[in-house]
Unconditional design. Structure first.
Length: 103
């Protein structure tokens, strides 16, 4: 396992990376950096920690939306974890108030 230095939102991090996984790691870093910059540049959220949480939730939500990621089928009740995620997103949106909504 090797260590790779990356930069996300101007902050340097040293990350462990399995041999041969550099490409995937760099793609993940680029995705997180892009999402965090978009949230920061929108101007509603300033705190780095809050930006990171919002970026993580947005990326996780997009991942869950992809085909084969446990999508809900028409006519079937939503899985319990889907309902819990929707409830959690609503609670986070309510807590953020004027900072802006997640999605």
């Amino acid at each position: 396992m090797k260590q790779v230095e990356v930069s996300i939102l101007g902050q340097s991090y040293v990350l462990a990376c399995p041999d041969g996984g550099e490409g995937l790691l760099m793609a993940a870093v680029a995705s997180v950096d892009k999402e965090m910059r978009a949230i920061r540049d929108a101007g509603k959220v300033k705190a780095r920690e809050r930006i990171a949480v919002l970026a993580a939730l947005n990326l996780a939500y997009r991942l869950a939306e992809q085909p084969g990621a446990g999508a809900i089928r028409v006519g079937e009740p939503p899985p319990a974890d889907s309902v819990q995620i929707d409830t959690m997103l609503a609670r986070i949106d309510a807590a953020l108030g004027s900072d802006g909504h997640l999605l």
